[in-house]
Design a protein around this ligand. Structure first.
Ligand SMILES: [Zn+2]
Length: 827
């Protein structure tokens, strides 16, 4: 049987550079070249624990939370699969052992979940055959959630989600089978078993994804308890208009390689100088905590006699000049004392009456903290040691270092400016006075994600360079107010470029002594996309960690980090910002709310009302169609929606805060990700720093930059249209009012994405009236089963705030709402 792999490994990233500005070593390898010289050599235990990228398999969200809470750097490139969650982790050899002890599977290169390519016979196969299926017995127990047809590179695919009202039932577990036809009027066949998706103990839906050569028209889903329903197949990204890049004379493809923050920021400033009519720089008010570290050393091994020292001054401000020496003097009955000469700290170790060394690590640490005349402000035993070991002398002065001069092999030329950074926002728009809808594109919250930065810069170049000559670009620039943050984490990004390629968080070290020794330095920092206020782990939501060395460490409190505070400042200062895209890599996903839940009971942050949900889907389809236009990359519908529904809960993420606090349509994007390779019939996974100029048919930084810039441009068009939208929505009750002989099922339909407020009790509808909801998440609107005469009163509001018939729900004298009476029974 031929089989298709959804994800394959991407451990080895060849450093094929082409026109790349800088070399990219294999991700996760992060070799450093020591610049230390004899006499200042720091001991081997100061080297960061060497990390590697491995593929992992988790049973589900519960295990993910446990693993993340234990401090593992696991995020992005994660995918839901029917057997749980698969992804990658940046871990040390020791951590691999720990992961395995927690039940995590380490996957080999060719290992992982695969959807069967051939139909498996559904209930006809295996144990399920015994269960009787009685079609049409109670159709309401099965609903089609979505059935999407898409093509990529000559291959068709069908993706189906369906739900049964008995899905939560534990015993027996309800099975579902899927059949499809082969076009209009043909019969159903090709039965396949669907996979049951359970998350955090809650049944989500059943699903399947498979190759098909002919587009089906209808599907049929049958449950093992006798429910059956049919549904129509929709197109996904099949009917896209051409991208702007096909406009005559349109200029694009401006980026020649990955860019570190200094390059990004100086180009942003240059653009503002070159195009002053349409561009300017806004400097965010809170400086970052800085590309800087205290100078440190771990002296005397890692046992009870070890002492960790940290300079009071930042390394570049004098900390790197400090030395610490433990000295044994001849004699007996000597006290522990500390001498300071210039930047040299000498600890004269105590001796007992017998002339033996007698200072413990705890005593030495305390003496250094108090006696170093302010050179050392933090000294402590190693990790969780209590420091009971007797300290031995050093062979000479030990030089402290901030380790920032130790460059990763392949790091770009040049010095990184030390100290706090100011983050510029490149604002592009003809009218930057608040009249137009603002769109915030925020890249690189996560340091190692290099493609989001180049994607955002490419977007800026396309806007300013085509403004005068391309009418579509002119319309965007005239009708929107664009705010581009090319890197929101410059400290971490520099660390990723120069020191540790897999750095995710910022550089702020909030760790207590137990995790503050320099071998931990690649694990410090705050996950900026967990530092916000809504759905925070501080409030019990899942997916943000309290551990300072976790990849998803949320910080000591909400908005503890200047980078997060800056975003809040920006959207409050520029209240015309109505759209936001938080650009990440590399999952091939497009997200919105809800993005977080409380694990117990899987209680999500509030779901967007139906109008917003429909608008998100409509926008996603437009944006992703433009992504597809470049080289047929398809972000599949299984990877689109509320992020906590399709991936995992990420507590305290920025999208949740901006949508719920400010009403901003806040998307999250994982650029890159799997692309279909027709040569192998497999999907190839992405990576954080793919070769820039690799095979354009495969994963490459350049191709991802081009295709996702297309998508961002479409987001601008959506915002521009939204700003001009004065068209009032219309809505209908289907079927409409009238006389019916018996109970009737009715539902609402709207002419465009819009939210309906309705009453059935005779009162006039207001914004406090019940909202028309979807049957369940990712499904169409609910169906009312009307059994007695009922009058519906309602109105609809579109996402731009236009109200149907210009009805004013706040004005009690206005009654031009919609009304329909369903009369049941004949007189
Ligand atoms: Zn990210």
């Amino acid at each position: 049987m031929r089989r298709r792999r959804l994800r394959i490994a991407f451990l080895a990233l060849p450093a094929m550079l082409g026109s790349v500005l800088i070399g990219t070593p294999p991700a996760g390898a992060d070799p450093v070249e020591s610049t230390s010289t004899a006499g200042s050599a720091h001991s081997h235990h100061d080297h960061p624990e060497s990390a590697q990228l491995v593929r992992i398999g988790l049973t589900g969200a519960d295990m993910l939370d446990k693993v993340v809470d234990a401090g593992f750097d696991i995020d992005h490139g994660l995918k839901r699969v029917p057997t749980g969650i698969e992804g990658e982790a940046v871990v040390t050899a020791e951590q691999i052992t720990e992961l395995e002890a927690m039940g995590v599977r380490i996957l080999a290169e060719d290992e992982g979940f695969e959807w069967p390519e051939e139909a498996d016979g559904g209930f006809g196969a295996g144990a399920a055959a015994a269960r009787a299926v009685q079609p049409l017995s109670h159709a309401q127990t099965v609903r089609v959630v979505r059935a999407d047809w898409f093509t990529t590179k000559g291959q068709g695919f069908l993706y189906v989600e369906a739900r049964t009202t008995e899905g939560q039932q534990a015993s027996p577990v309800v099975m579902m089978q899927l059949e499809n036809d082969s076009g209009q009027g043909s019969s159903f066949g090709f039965a396949r078993t669907m996979s049951r998706f359970v998350d955090s103990g809650q049944y989500m839906f059943h699903r399947n994804l498979f190759k098909l050569d002919t587009r089906p028209s209808q599907i049929r889903v049958t449950s093992s308890t006798g429910g059956v329903t049919t549904g129509s197949v929709s197109n996904w990204l099949e009917d896209a208009p051409p991208p702007l890049t096909e406009n005559p004379g349109y200029q694009y493809d401006f980026i020649d390689g990955y860019k570190h923050p200094q390059q990004l920021f100086s180009r942003a400033e240059e653009i503002a100088r070159q195009y002053p009519d349409i561009a300017q720089i806004i400097y965010l008010p809170n400086k970052t905590n800085g590309y800087q570290r205290k100078a440190q050393a771990t002296i005397g091994g890692t046992g009870q006699a070890a002492v960790v020292v940290s300079s009071a001054a930042w390394g570049h401000e004098g900390g790197n000049d400090v030395t610490v020496e433990f000295v044994e003097r001849p004699g007996a009955d000597l006290p522990l004392t500390v001498e300071v000469a210039g930047k040299a700290v000498r600890v004269l170790l105590a001796k007992n009456a017998a002339g033996a060394l007698a200072s413990t690590a705890a005593e030495v640490a305390a003496a250094v903290e108090t006696g170093s005349q302010g050179l050392i402000d933090r000294a402590h035993p190693y990790r969780t040691n209590t420091g009971t070991g007797i300290v031995v002398p050093t062979s000479g002065p030990v030089a402290l270092t901030d380790f920032l001069d130790e460059k990763r092999v392949g790091a770009p030329e040049g010095e990184v400016p030390r100290g706090p950074a100011t983050v510029p926002v490149l604002r592009i728009g003809k009218h930057r006075d608040g009249r137009n809808p603002g769109v915030l594109i925020q890249a690189q919250d996560h340091a190692r994600e290099w493609v989001p930065a180049t994607t955002t810069l490419e977007t800026a170049e396309r806007l300013v360079r085509n403004y005068k000559t391309d009418k579509d670009t002119k319309k965007i620039v005239n009708d929107t107010d664009i705010f581009l943050i090319l890197s929101n984490n410059p400290d971490g990004a520099n660390y990723s470029f120069y020191n540790f390629a897999s750095q995710r968080k910022n550089l702020t070290n909030h760790c207590p002594d137990a995790d503050a020794d320099p071998a931990r330095r690649n694990s410090w920092g705050v996950d900026l996309n967990r530092n916000y206020r809504v759905g925070s782990a501080h409030d019990g939501y899942a997916g943000g960690s309290f551990s300072c060395i976790s990849g998803t460490y949320q910080g000591p409190e909400k908005l503890s980090e200047p980078e997060a505070e800056n975003i809040v400042w920006l959207v409050e200062e520029y209240s015309n910002i109505k759209f936001m895209m938080s650009v990440h890599s590399n999952g091939g996903q497009l997200f919105w709310q809800p993005g977080a839940y409380i694990a117990d009971g899987r209680i999500t942050t509030p779901r967007p009302p139906m109008g917003d949900e429909a608008f998100y889907w409509q926008s996603a389809s437009r944006i992703l169609s433009q992504v597809k236009a470049y080289r047929e990359t398809v972000v599949t519908p299984e990877n689109v929606g509320g992020s906590s529904d399709v991936l995992y809960s990420s507590a305290g993420n920025v999208r949740e805060d901006l949508y719920h606090t400010y009403g901003i349509y806040a998307f999250g994007w994982e650029v890159g990700g799997s692309i279909y390779n027709p040569a192998t019939g497999n999907w190839q996974g992405g990576s954080f720093q793919p070769p820039w100029a690799g095979d354009p048919a495969l994963v490459s930084g350049h191709s991802e930059t081009m295709e996702y810039a297309n998508g961002i441009m479409e987001m601008f068009r959506i915002a521009a249209e939204w700003g001009k939208d004065k068209k009032k929505p219309t809505s209908e009750l289907v079927p409409g009012g009238g006389k019916y002989s018996g109970p009737v099922d009715v539902r609402f339909e709207t002419s465009e994405p819009a939210t309906i407020y309705y009453t059935t009790d005779g009162s006039r509808p207001t914004l406090d009236s019940p909202r028309y909801e979807s049957t369940d998440f990712r499904e169409p609107g609910q169906v009312f089963h009307v059994t007695e005469t009922t009058t519906f009163r309602w109105f609809s509001v579109d996402t731009a705030g236009n109200v149907e018939k210009n009805y004013d729900p706040e004005n009690g004298n206005r009654n031009n709402y919609r009304m329909a009476t369903i009369t049941i029974g004949q007189r």
